[in-house]
Design a binder for this molecule. Structure first.
Ligand code: PLP
Length: 430
C-alpha cells in the first residue's frame, strides 16, 4: 500500500522548496518522511493517512488550550462571518492590547503584527530609532525569527561583530549584530565596554527554548537590564515562545524583578492564527509611526479573525489552565527521564516553567550555553523520536526544540505517551 505521507511529500517537493513551508517540518534532523497533517483536536493530531498521534508540538506553542478549542473556534467563526479583513482599526484590537496590559503591566502600549519575526524585527528597528545607535547584542542559540540581522553567527572572539548565518545576509548587515554566549554576563560587560555608545539593544529570549530549553541563570535577565541601562541601551525580552505559555504573564511574570524596555509576543497571543505583537514603555512605543518616526505597517496587522482567536485564547487561559500545563509538563518530563534512566541513557531534563526538553549524554552540570548543548549525543534523539512516532506520539522533530504540552492533554493522552516511552528509551540506548 502506498505510504500516503511519502506520496504527499514527493508531490509537495515538486512545487514547494524542500516540500515544506518552514524547514524543521522536513524532518531533516531526524530523517524519515514528514507527516502531512489534516486535522487536530484537543491533544491529538491526524495525518493524511488517517493516523492519529498525541501531539507534543502544539503548532510550536500556540495551542495551549489544545487544538480546535471550542471557544476559540466559535470566536473565529463568528469573526470570519463578519468579514475576514477590513484594513481599518477594530475595537477588538484595542481589547487585545488591554488584555495584554492587564496580564503584563509593564506593557503600556502594544502594536499588533502578523509573525514573531515581524515583532522582533520591528522591536529592533524601534530600539535603533529610539536610541539612535546601530548595534544589537544577541545570544548564540537564541532564535528570534528570520529577519536578516538576526541570522548572524558568532564571530571568533567575544565582542567581535558577527558573520552572516545564512546565504543572502550581507556581511554589512551581520556586522550590526554582536553574538555572545548565553548566560555569560562578563561577555555582555566586555561587549558594552568595547562598543557601549553604539549598542542600541540587547535582545534575549525570556528563557531560551530554540536550542532545546536553556533557562537563564537566576538573575541573568535582571542583570542584563541593569547592564544595558548603565550604557543607555534597551533590552528586548523576546516572549514569542514563552509569552502566555509558561504563565499568565509569560516568563517575565514568573519573576517580575526587572523591567525590559520592549517585549515581543507571538504564538499563544494569536491562538493559532497569524498574529504577534511588540509592546513596552509608552515613551518608546510612541516612536512608532504614525506617532513617531520609526516606520512599521501591515495590510493584515490586527486582522479581525486572528485577533478573535487571540482574545478567546487569552480569555480561556485561566489559572486552572496554567496549573494543568505545569502538572502535565512535570508528569511527562519525569516519565521520559525515568524511562531514559531505566534504559541506561545518560541525559538531563531542561526546564523553564512548563517548557522542557532533554539533552542526551553525561553532563555534570546543566547546559547553560549553545556550546554546551551542542556537546550532547544528539544522534540518540533520532531513534527515540521515530519509536515515539511509530507508537502514535508526535514529538518536535529535532532535539533542539522544546516540547509543548496543552491543557487538553488528559489522562488518556498522557497514558499513551507513557506507554510508548520504554521502547523509545531502549531505542535511544542502542
Ligand atoms: N522569537 C522566538 C523566541 C521564537 O521562538 C520564534 C519562532 O519560533 C520567533 C521569534 C519567530 O516567530 P515566527 O515564527 O512567528 O516568525
Amino acid at each position: 500500500m502506498a505510504d500516503v505521507n511519502l506520496v504527499e511529500f514527493e508531490r509537495a517537493r515538486r512545487v514547494i522548496p524542500g516540500g515544506v513551508n518552514s524547514p524543521v517540518r522536513a524532518f531533516g534532523s531526524v530523517g524519515g518522511t514528514p507527516r502531512f497533517m489534516v486535522s487536530a483536536r484537543g491533544p491529538y493530531i491526524t495525518d493524511a493517512d488517517g493516523r492519529e498521534y498525541v501531539d507534543l508540538v502544539a503548532s510550536w506553542g500556540p495551542a495551549i488550550l489544545g487544538h480546535a478549542h471550542p471557544s476559540v473556534v466559535a470566536a473565529v467563526q463568528e469573526a470570519a462571518a463578519r468579514g475576514l479583513s477590513f484594513g481599518a482599526s477594530t475595537p477588538a484590537e484595542t481589547a487585545l492590547a488591554e488584555a495584554v496590559r492587564a496580564r503584563v503591566p509593564i506593557v503600556d502600549k502594544l502594536r499588533l503584527v502578523s509573525t514573531g519575526t515581524e515583532a522582533t524585527m520591528t522591536a529592533i528597528r524601534l530600539a535603533r530609532g529610539f536610541t539612535g545607535r546601530p548595534l544589537l547584542i544577541k545570544f548564540a542559540g537564541h532564535y528570534h525569527g528570520h529577519s536578516d540581522g538576526l541570522l548572524a553567527e558568532a564571530g571568533s572572539g567575544l565582542a567581535t561583530l558577527a558573520m552572516p548565518g545564512s546565504a543572502g545576509v550581507t556581511e554589512a548587515t551581520a556586522a550590526q549584530t554582536l553574538v555572545l554566549p548565553y548566560n555569560d554576563l562578563p561577555a555582555v560587560r566586555a561587549a558594552f565596554e568595547h562598543h557601549g555608545p553604539d549598542i542600541a539593544a540587547v535582545i534575549t529570549e525570556a528563557a531560551a527554548a530554540n536550542m532545546g530549553v536553556v533557562p537563564p541563570d537566576p538573575g541573568f535577565n535582571a542583570a542584563l537590564v541593569d547592564l544595558a541601562h548603565e550604557y543607555g541601551a534597551l533590552v528586548i525580552l523576546d516572549e514569542v515562545l514563552t509569552g502566555f505559555r509558561v504563565g499568565p504573564a509569560g516568563f517575565w511574570g514568573l519573576d517580575r524583578s526587572y523591567t525590559p524596555d520592549l517585549l515581543t509576543f507571538g504564538k499563544v497571543i494569536g491562538g493559532g492564527m497569524p498574529l504577534a505583537a511588540l509592546g513596552g514603555r509608552a515613551e518608546i512605543m510612541d516612536y512608532l509611526a504614525p506617532s513617531g518616526p520609526v516606520y512599521q505597517a501591515g495590510t493584515l496587522s490586527g486582522n479581525p479573525v486572528a485577533v478573535a482567536a487571540g482574545l478567546a485564547t487569552l480569555a480561556a487561559a485561566d489559572d486552572a489552565v496554567y496549573a494543568r500545563l505545569d502538572e502535565t509538563a512535570a508528569i511527562i518530563s519525569k516519565a521520559v527521564s525515568d524511562a531514559l534512566t531505566n534504559a541506561g541513557v545518560a541525559h538531563r531534563v531542561q526546564r523553564a516553567g512548563n517548557l522542557f526538553s532533554f539533552v542526551f549524554g553525561s553532563f555534570e552540570t546543566a547546559p547553560r550555553t549553545y556550546a554546551d548543548v551542542l556537546r550532547q549525543e544528539a544522534w540518540r534523539y533520532r531513534p527515540f523520536f521515530h519509536a515515539m512516532l511509530d507508537a502514535g506520539v508526535s514529538l518536535p522533530p529535532s532535539v533542539f526544540e522544546a516540547w509543548f504540552v496543552t491543557a487538553a492533554h488528559d489522562e488518556a493522552a498522557v497514558a499513551r505517551i507513557l506507554e510508548a516511552l520504554p521502547a523509545a528509551a531502549r531505542a535511544a540506548a542502542a
